[in-house]
Design a protein around this ligand. Structure first.
Ligand SMILES: [Zn+2]
Length: 300
C-alpha cells in the first residue's frame, strides 16, 4: 500500500515537472518576442492586462439644483449647453442613421481620410505624446467611413467587417491605428500599442473592444480600434475597466455624479426634457443614440 502511494506521488511530481517544462517552453517560444527595438516583450500582454481589476466607487452622487430644458432646444444650440455627439453608442443593437452626422464637424486627416475635428485634435496630442513617451510613431489605418464604404467593406471582408450602420467608423469618432510592422492584433505587442492601451484615456480615447469586454460589446479584442468619447468619460471607463455599453448603466437615471472637476449625468429624457445645473460651469450634452443623453459639466 505504502509503495503504491509513493508510486503515485512520484508520478505526480514527474507530471508536474513535465507540465512546468512544457509551459515554460511554450511561454519562451510564443509568449516572448523581440520588438522592433530589440526589446523583449510579452505577447500575452493583452491577456495579462485584461486580468487587472477595475476600480470601484470613483464617482460620487451629488445633489444639485436643476432646471429643465427641452432636449430639442439644447440640441439646437438654443441654451447655454453645447450640443455634442461624442457619447453616441453605435453597435448592432443601436445602429446610427447617416442623417445624424449632419451636425458633426469633420476634418481631413490626410491620405483621403476624415474624422470628427475634436477627436482629431486629441488624436494628434495622443500621437505626439506616444512619440515623446515611448518613441513609437502611431499611424492611422482607418478613420470615418460612409455608409457605402462600410457596406462595400462588409461585402469584401464579411469575417472582420460589420454591417453598414453598425460600425463605429460611421460616427466619425473611431480610428484604427498601428505602429510600423505591428497592425491589428499585433499592435499590442509593440511598445506603442502597449503605451496606447495604458494612456489613450488621457486624451479622451478608449480601447473600444477590450479583451475583457466581449460579453457586452459582442466584438472580440481589437487593441487597434480607438473610440473618442472625450475626457473624463474615457478615464472613468478605463479605470473601471468597463465597456461603453456598460458605461450608461452605471448612472442612476437623472442623477448627477462628481468626478474630479466634472459633474456627469445620464438622462433617458422620457419627458423630452434634460435637467441641467445653472451657473456652475461649462455644460456639454451628447445624445447616447438610445434616446437618452449624457450631460458633462466642467465645474468652474
Ligand atoms: Zn476599427
Amino acid at each position: 500500500m505504502k509503495n503504491m502511494t509513493n508510486g503515485k506521488r512520484t508520478l505526480c511530481i514527474v507530471l508536474a515537472v513535465l507540465i512546468l517544462l512544457f509551459a515554460s517552453a511554450a511561454f519562451v517560444q510564443f509568449g516572448l518576442k523581440k520588438d522592433i527595438y530589440g526589446k523583449t516583450i510579452c505577447t500575452a500582454y493583452g491577456i495579462i492586462g485584461s486580468m487587472k481589476r477595475g476600480e470601484k466607487n470613483i464617482l460620487a452622487k451629488k445633489e444639485i439644483a436643476l432646471v429643465a430644458y427641452p432636449a430639442e432646444d439644447i440640441m439646437a444650440g438654443k441654451t447655454m449647453a453645447k450640443p455634442e455627439f461624442t457619447l453616441w453608442l453605435v453597435n448592432a443593437t443601436y445602429p446610427l442613421a447617416e442623417e445624424e452626422l449632419k451636425n458633426v464637424n469633420m476634418c481631413e486627416i490626410g491620405n483621403g481620410r476624415t474624422l470628427c475635428t475634436e477627436a482629431y485634435e486629441n488624436l494628434k496630442a495622443l500621437f505626439a505624446a506616444a512619440k515623446e513617451e515611448c518613441g513609437d510613431e502611431l499611424i492611422v489605418t482607418s478613420g470615418f467611413r460612409t455608409h457605402d464604404e462600410q457596406a462595400a467593406l462588409y461585402v469584401s471582408m464579411p469575417a472582420v467587417a460589420v454591417e453598414a450602420g453598425t460600425s463605429e467608423h460611421q460616427c466619425g469618432f473611431a480610428v484604427d491605428v498601428k505602429t510600423s510592422g505591428y497592425g491589428q492584433r499585433r499592435f499590442v505587442m509593440s511598445r506603442g500599442g502597449r503605451w496606447t492601451d495604458e494612456n489613450c484615456s488621457r486624451f479622451g480615447f478608449i480601447i473600444r473592444y477590450p479583451f475583457y469586454g466581449k460579453k457586452t460589446t459582442m466584438v472580440t479584442y481589437e487593441p487597434w480600434h480607438l473610440r473618442y468619447v472625450g475626457y473624463p468619460h474615457a478615464e472613468i471607463i478605463s479605470r473601471m475597466r468597463i465597456t461603453l455599453e456598460d458605461y450608461y448603466g452605471i448612472f442612476e437615471n437623472g442623477k448627477y455624479y462628481e468626478y474630479g472637476d466634472y459633474l456627469i449625468s445620464h438622462q433617458t429624457s422620457d419627458d423630452g426634457l434634460i435637467y441641467l445645473p445653472e451657473n456652475i460651469g461649462d455644460i456639454k450634452v451628447s445624445p447616447d443614440n438610445m434616446g437618452g443623453y449624457i450631460v458633462t459639466v466642467k465645474v468652474k
